[in-house]
Design a protein around this ligand. Structure first.
Ligand SMILES: Nc1ncnc2c1ncn2[C@@H]1O[C@H](COP(=O)(O)OP(=O)(O)OP(=O)(O)O)[C@@H](O)[C@H]1O
Length: 277
């Protein structure tokens, strides 16, 4: 009984955090996120970010890097509508083709922890956001299976999270985030807890998904090399209070592989961005 209640609460919290946190706030045609002069002061008095202005265009892969405490997560949560801000303005155009915000297909959020429900199978975890939105059963099962295929886990649909490695759990978390067909994918250090080999593999898989779906990604990481490898542009932040120090475009063509990681351009870009932090 107690367990049933905690499941209920956890699933309701998940719905509130990930699904209902979306804002309906149209922006101009190609700009999917527009932040202007955003300031966030917590109740404790901490000024987490100040004067943050940033435009993100549809289809971009934008990484946010910076020292611990510079406000990366605060910024991502504000974009997600999971946290309010003290000053400035935010516009999100994440819904339908007319730029109207939509609770059904706006944005999804991936946390560092895969946050899977241990009592649900892999496919039931991926289905969860669709079930909460009351998508018909056959439709949601097909959508979930398609996303599991996308992350290479269709054979594990009936497994439980405890039977999966850390990398596989994160793949399930990504499949769940993609299940509702969002236009905007917000990722907060999703690969921070993984070993380097797994991280490299997931970086490549994520880029493949990004290219196949045309989704816009905003990706928070501590890892400058990861940001350079993945992104169309890297937002370098500094702390106390968190501000954007510089936005560095990464112009290397996609698909990107090991040849980019071992190139002079990659080394130079990583050094330039590291020197900004
Ligand atoms: N809920 C909160 N209440 C009060 N202060 C907070 C809260 N969340 C974050 N902060 C403070 O705001 C600042 C920015 O925190 P935030 O977590 O956004 O930074 P971050 O760059 O994501 O850090 P990290 O890389 O360590 O995760 C820090 O000084 C942090 O202590």
């Amino acid at each position: 009984m107690l367990q049933a209640k905690s499941k209920e609460i956890e699933e309701r919290d998940y719905k509130e955090k990930v699904i209902e946190g979306n804002e309906e706030n149209p922006a101009s045609a190609k700009t999917i996120v527009k932040l202007k002069g955003i300031r966030k002061q917590y109740n404790t008095g901490v000024l987490a970010i100040d004067h943050v202005s940033l435009d993100i265009q549809e289809g971009e892969f934008v990484s946010i890097v910076g020292p611990s405490g510079c406000g990366k997560s605060t910024l991502l949560r504000i974009i997600a509508g999971l946290g309010d801000y003290s000053a400035g303005s935010l516009e999100i155009a994440s819904g339908d083709a007319n730029g109207k915000g939509s609770k059904d297909s706006g944005l999804s959020y991936v946390f560092q922890d895969a946050t899977l429900m241990p009592w649900r199978t892999v496919i039931d975890n991926v289905i969860l956001p669709l079930a909460l939105r009351k998508v018909p059963k056959a439709e949601r099962e097909a959508a979930a299976m398609e996303k599991l295929k996308m992350v290479g886990l269709e054979k594990y649909a009936d497994s439980y999270p405890r039977q999966l490695s850390g990398g596989m759990k994160m793949r399930v978390s990504i499949a769940r985030a993609l299940a509702s067909g969002p236009k905007l994918l917000l990722m907060d250090e999703p690969f921070g807890a993984l070993d380097e080999m797994t991280r490299f593999r997931l970086n490549s898989e994520l880029l493949q998904i990004w290219q196949d779906t045309g989704i816009t990604v905003v990706f928070v990481t501590h890892n400058v090399q990861e940001a350079v490898f993945l992104s169309t542009k890297v937002v370098a932040m500094r702390a106390h209070p968190g501000r954007i120090r510089e936005i560095v475009p990464i112009e290397h063509a996609y698909p990107r592989g090991d040849e980019f990681r071992s190139s002079m351009a990659f080394t130079e870009l990583s050094a330039t961005i590291s020197s900004l932090l």
